[in-house]
Design a protein around this ligand. Structure first.
Ligand code: PAF
Length: 283
């Protein structure tokens, strides 16, 4: 596996591969890699001759008071994992290379970012949209791979790529879960053993809502109310538990008529967990 620390070095490698006719797949990450990231790498590996993974803890997507300073950083272990998955290039730039002095541009996707996590994490999606745009322009991949666990992020990225005419295919990859249902996340490492025991309730509640509204599409309000109650009783401090249209993110409060998703964000102590699942209206 090659590695690049600068944008110039990244472009040099990609230029050589492109010249040889290779398709390039980009897997953007913030490191602290787990099997969810490795599923993105496998999806890229299956479709592209060359796979590039970026590791960059993007300061612009952390709201004030969030966990930027304590976000897990394990570069040596990450690089070993990527090498074992036959990634061709790890791009791990310095913050000053991505945001040099005088950097003054913000990429903002409106509308889609006003709700769910966007309503609770000031500036988060501006930071994500800005860094993802930069990574796409720096590496000019044929395809870029994002986890469905961060579903709102996935559709924000799809929107910006369409709006800015960036010639890349955005691929969503299903969430990878622990055997007890907990969605894999770098932030799971923050959970105490007691919180880790409670955490799978999130996936249980989402699954039970998905099953109930598939049977009774007009039970949305009642299922959401009992899901909220169950999570609070389990010890979560709930930010949101909502059903929204899978493309537009408009709220579904009554009857399920179009493909939608149930979204949750909840805290256990200081750890914020998010998850979502697809909901299909009966045919
Ligand atoms: O999903 C993530 O890890 C990050 O939000 C991303 C897409 C790498 C941008 O920093």
């Amino acid at each position: 596996m090659e590695s690049a620390r600068t944008i110039a070095d990244l472009r040099r490698h990609i230029g050589i591969w492109r010249g040889g006719g290779d398709r390039i797949g980009l897997v953007p990450t913030m490191g602290a890699l787990h099997q969810g990231h490795m599923a993105l790498v496998r999806a890229a590996r299956a479709e592209c001759g060359r796979v590039v993974t970026s590791i960059f803890v993007n300061p612009k997507q952390f709201a004030p008071g969030e966990d930027l300073a304590s976000y897990p950083r394990r570069e040596a272990a990450d690089l070993a994992l990527l090498a074992s998955a036959e990634v061709d290039l790890a791009f791990a730039p310095a913050t000053a290379d991505i945001y040099p002095a005088g950097f003054a541009t913000v990429v903002r996707v409106t509308g889609l970012t006003d709700v769910l996590c966007g309503a609770h994490r000031a500036g988060h999606f501006d930071g994500v949209a800005t860094v993802v745009t930069k990574l796409l322009l720096q590496s000019s991949p044929d395809a870029a791979y994002f986890g469905e666990k961060d579903y709102q992020q996935l559709i924000v990225v799809r929107r910006l790529v369409a709006d800015l005419d960036i010639p890349v295919r955005i691929v969503g990859v299903p969430t990878v879960r622990e055997p007890d249902g907990l969605a894999l996340s770098s932030r799971n490492a923050y959970l105490t053993p007691e919180q880790r025991r409670i955490a799978p309730a999130i996936a249980r509640v989402l699954r039970s809502i998905a099953e109930a509204v598939a049977r009774r599409p007009n039970s949305v309000a009642c299922e959401l109310a009992s899901g909220r109650e169950e999570l609070r009783k389990a010890g979560f401090s709930l930010e949101y538990l909502e059903i929204r249209d899978a493309e537009t993110l408009t709220p579904v409060t009554d009857q399920l008529t179009a493909p939608s998703r149930v979204f949750v964000a909840a805290r256990l102590g200081r750890t914020r967990l998010i998850d979502n699942m697809p909901l299909t209206p009966p045919a």
